[in-house]
Design a protein around this ligand. Structure first.
Ligand SMILES: *[C@@H]1O[C@H](CO)[C@@H](O)[C@H](O)[C@H]1NC(C)=O
Length: 502
């Protein structure tokens, strides 16, 4: 009798656990009605092929959208991160509108490697290597003298340099983000002031507004809900906007990852520094900037012949580097024209001029158009989620217990990014251009994007295919994430050497 009761008890517990997990799993595979209302239409092979044919003949270049670049100003320019995804487009747009190459200075850590910048006028722009996490290095780069033809002009600084560390959440490993993104931003602000800049616009991140999603749903609630009306996971669908900026700063744990913590601090530092002498502001690109083979969004997927994913159904608002760069120039025009512009001292969210797309749209574009091999491997989200906690725990072990450093093998490849923060940054999101697209008189930037996500992504594949003509395999492009790893390794090595020196 007792055995029967225990047996029945165990069986029903098992059944309940199974039901709980399978319901949780189906929530994670779902797309909320509300987001489908905003983004009801999926891309088709047909429209992708048509766009491909159109763009193959007429690529979008600074010339094709020259009428949308704000007019030339009599100013000098420093662009930190000026050969990166956003900074590079800023430089190209400045040149297109007639700023002379000698009035522009790129301050960069990486060598100039963008295909659209290594020849033509962009290649003649002054390039100063600097590490913004060092005040001395930053000051030197800013204080270098200018050609006499431009030395007297007012100075604008576009601060786009940052490290992207996608998924670390732990305060134990916050150091790198803090040193480049927060201290680096302070160094840039100080150097800009010393150099006499009167406008400074920094690139923030839409990630600042993202909250961690919470997987936990009480078993009672989940098991008692009707099967066709399951409850929602907290923060499963999020709106990316600027609201949080006008509220008290969030705690570390209220951000999805360390990267967002550092970008939020940097943004508040920049916006807080606004004054009539140095007008400041920030642009928040929505989730996933793309537009160069090294981008993490499309470029990262193009480079994978086997592409594992659990987020094919996820809706996200991407933004092309071209659109982000234009927003920076729009903002500059406002702040340069009016020392008392009410637009100063705040962030503006920017996304492509179309509803958010689904990852499956992007994957379909790659499958349909890319000449390099690509195979989607669909993974169930729930087990991946559990795995992400294990990956996080494992990678923190050598940080907590340094003696384990020599014993535990390091995680290699993409799996090391599979930490819980990644699930928050790749959940369903809708971003809004609402404030940026208001007219200048109404307190906006008069922003209007020039590239839709479909055009922008298809064009990137056109360029990818040209780059890979006759090749069977994808070339290695350095993404900003792998770049951040390199810096972290270098910093670690420097730290070790410093200790050895003492
Ligand atoms: C637009 O800006 C105002 C402040 O000017 C802010 O209160 C509001 O939250 C912003 N709207 C969005 C959607 O971010």
């Amino acid at each position: 009798m007792a055995a029967l009761v225990i047996g029945l008890g165990a069986a029903s517990l098992l059944l309940l656990t199974y039901t709980y997990l399978s319901r949780l799993s189906s929530i994670l595979k779902s797309t909320p009605e509300a987001v489908l209302k905003v983004s009801p239409k999926r891309w088709t092979k047909e429209e992708l092929r048509q766009a491909y044919q159109r763009l193959e003949k007429n690529l979008i270049t600074t010339k094709t959208y020259a009428d949308r670049i704000p007019p030339k100003l009599d100013r000098r320019y420093i662009i930190t991160g000026g050969s990166g995804l956003v900074g590079g487009y800023i430089v190209l747009q400045l040149l297109e509108r007639g700023q002379s190459p000698e009035s522009i200075r790129i301050v960069e850590f990486r060598p100039l490697n963008r295909a659209d910048m290594v020849s033509g006028p962009a290649s003649t722009v002054d390039f100063v290597k600097a590490d913004i996490s060092s005040a001395e290095s930053t000051n030197n780069a800013f204080e270098k003298s200018w050609p006499s033809s431009v030395a007297h002009l007012p100075l604008t600084v576009f601060h786009t340099a940052a490290v992207i560390v996608p998924s670390d959440r732990s305060k134990l490993v916050y150091g790198l983000c803090e040193s480049v993104n927060v201290r680096g931003t302070r160094n840039v602000l100080d150097a800009a002031r010393k150099a006499g800049a009167d406008v400074l616009i920094s690139t923030s991140s839409g990630g600042v507004s993202i909250r961690p999603i919470e997987l936990w749903i009480s078993p009672l609630e989940l098991l008692l809900s009707p099967k066709n009306k399951l409850p929602e996971i907290k923060n499963y669908l999020q709106i990316m906007d600027e609201k949080d900026f006008f509220e008290p700063p969030r705690k570390h744990e209220e951000h999805f990852a360390n990267y967002a913590v550092s970008k939020a601090r940097a943004e508040r530092t920049v916006c807080g520094a606004n004054s009539p002498e140095l007008r400041t502001g920030s642009i928040r690109p929505a989730n996933g900037v793309y537009g160069q083979p090294g981008d993490n969004t499309l470029g990262g997927s193009l480079a994978m012949s086997d592409c594992p994913t659990w987020c094919a159904h996820i809706i996200q608002p991407f933004v092309h580097g071209i659109n982000v760069a234009i927003a920076h120039l729009d903002y500059e025009a406002v702040l340069a024209a009016n020392p008392k512009a009410p637009q100063a001292g705040r962030p503006f969210m920017i996304t492509d001029p179309n509803p958010p797309i689904s990852y499956i749209d992007m994957y379909l574009a790659i499958e349909t158009l890319a000449t390099t091999p690509f195979k989607l491997i669909r993974l169930p989200p729930l087990p991946m989620w559990f795995l992400s906690y294990i990956v996080e725990w494992y990678s923190l072990l050598p940080v907590k217990y340094p003696f384990l450093r020599r014993i535990l093998p390091e995680l290699k490849g993409d799996i090391k990014h599979m930490k819980p923060g990644l699930f928050s940054v790749t959940t369903h999101m809708v971003a809004t251009n609402e404030n940026a697209s208001r007219s200048v008189d109404e307190g906006g930037l008069g922003f209007r994007g020039v590239v839709t996500t479909l055009e922008g992504m298809v064009q990137e594949i056109v360029e990818w295919n040209v780059e890979h003509k006759g090749e069977k395999k994808a070339k290695k492009f350095q993404t900003s994430i792998s770049f951040a790893e390199e810096i972290a390794k270098a910093a670690e090595a420097a730290g070790v050497m410093e200790k050895m020196g003492k």
